[in-house]
Design a protein around this ligand. Structure first.
Ligand code: SAM
Length: 375
């Protein structure tokens, strides 16, 4: 039985390599295993560098125009909304096994030291985001893609204002968790198709949600968001992006299997899109996703038995492969994690980090950040 399953996986390696590349074939050869994967061997397989010829093949085949074609065609055959909810509705108990226990953030943390615990690193990130959002009691604040309510919780801890705090998600499991745990105002709304009332929000932020927005939808959504914030308000946008217009070869399997139909933009496309709709990048920073991904991987591996009980061997294997591959994509600088503050170009005053006023800032206002080059 096992031999037959292995034979079936092997048979697919050649056509998948030719059509979608060796990284894609490798991902499926490992993740389709019906036996539980060894976490150490899986990590090494996906993250260790091979000989330079093999490396080149794994990173650059199929050629960029074919990868671009896959990335354009693939979403046409997948239901975007269903793909998103499928990923986040796997099981709340499963995600709790490897996310930080305080906030359940499913996005990049800020490790100040490699020995920091994930909980501390996510607290640093929450505080960093709090500084960018700068929420005040009485302000209407919207979280696009609110996950398990992580940032809503941090903002509520700061302002104590529940009535003006709102979140959108596509996951019924996430909404159920938030309803039962916090009682925040959360709607099952698609951020792409929602109609936002003009000048109705003081702050809108997205932490790792707009990666799910198809490239063609980014501009119409940015236009709606630019109109939805008050002139004195701002947007905060935490996202990962690809470095080249064509998707990296190692992203193709994830786009087919883990985040169905994901279609990333480059950071230049993000800057251009937001500037073209009347916004200005008032803050930008780059953060290292690798320690967070490694922490999730190690925690998931340590909870192997419970994870399999909750979601089965195939899903457990798939998450090991996807996390290891994701670490590699950031390590190779094929992907980049960025945070923006976006203000309206007609804002009455420039955005300033509240840290400048608290004396905690590392940079004085006399030495502002260099502007991002728009391409
Ligand atoms: C990577 S998770 C991040 C969650 C949370 N912001 C955090 O930091 O942990 C992405 C979130 O975006 C939501 N999402 C993705 N696409 C969406 C869409 N079109 N409309 C509403 N929510 C969406 C998902 O349901 C999920 O909650």
């Amino acid at each position: 039985m096992q031999a037959l399953a292995t034979f079936k996986r092997l048979v697919l390696v050649v056509p998948e390599t030719l059509l979608c590349g060796p990284s894609y074939a490798q991902f499926f050869f490992w993740s389709r295993n019906t036996k539980v994967l060894d976490a150490t061997a899986t990590w090494e397989q996906f993250t260790e560098t091979q000989s330079s010829y093999l490396e080149w093949f794994f990173r650059h085949y199929p050629p960029a125009p074919i990868r671009q074609l896959w990335a354009t065609l693939y979403p046409k055959f997948r239901d975007r909304v269903k793909g998103i909810s499928t990923h986040y509705d796997v099981s709340n108990e499963f995600y709790k096994l490897f996310l930080d226990q305080d906030y359940l953030f499913y996005t990049c943390a800020d490790f100040l030291d490699e020995h920091d615990r994930l909980e501390l690193a996510q607290k640093y990130k929450a505080d960093f985001m709090l500084n960018l959002i700068n929420p005040q009691p009485g302000e209407r604040i919207l979280d696009l893609g609110c996950g398990w309510g992580s940032m809503l919780k941090r903002i509520y801890q700061q302002t104590g204002d529940r009535a003006n705090l709102w979140g959108y998600t596509l996951s019924t499991e996430q909404k159920r968790f938030i309803d039962e745990t916090y009682g925040f105002n959360v709607k099952l709304n698609d951020v792409v198709t929602t109609n936002y009332e003009p000048e109705s929000w003081d702050k809108i932020y997205s932490i790792g949600c707009l990666e799910h927005v198809p490239k063609a939808q980014l501009r119409p959504l940015a236009e709606k968001l630019a109109k939805a914030i008050k002139p004195t308000g701002h947007l905060v946008h935490h996202f990962f992006c690809q470095m080249t217009p064509a998707p990296p070869a190692k992203l193709l399997a994830g786009g087919a299997d883990v985040f169905p139909g994901i279609e990333l933009a480059t950071w230049q496309q993000h800057v251009n899109t937001f500037e073209q709709v009347g916004l200005r990048v008032a803050h930008h920073s780059i953060h290292d996703y690798r320690p967070t991904i490694k922490a999730w991987y190690d925690r998931l591996a340590a909870q192997q038995a419970r994870a399999i009980e909750l979601v089965g061997v195939r899903t457990y294997n798939r998450y090991l492969c996807y996390l290891a591959e994701a670490w590699r994509l950031f390590n190779d600088r094929d992907l980049l994690l960025m945070r923006f503050v976006l203000t309206r170009q007609d804002a009455p005053a420039a955005w300033q980090s509240p840290l400048y006023h608290s004396g905690q800032g590392t940079q004085s206002l006399d030495s502002p950040q260099p502007a991002l080059q728009t391409v």
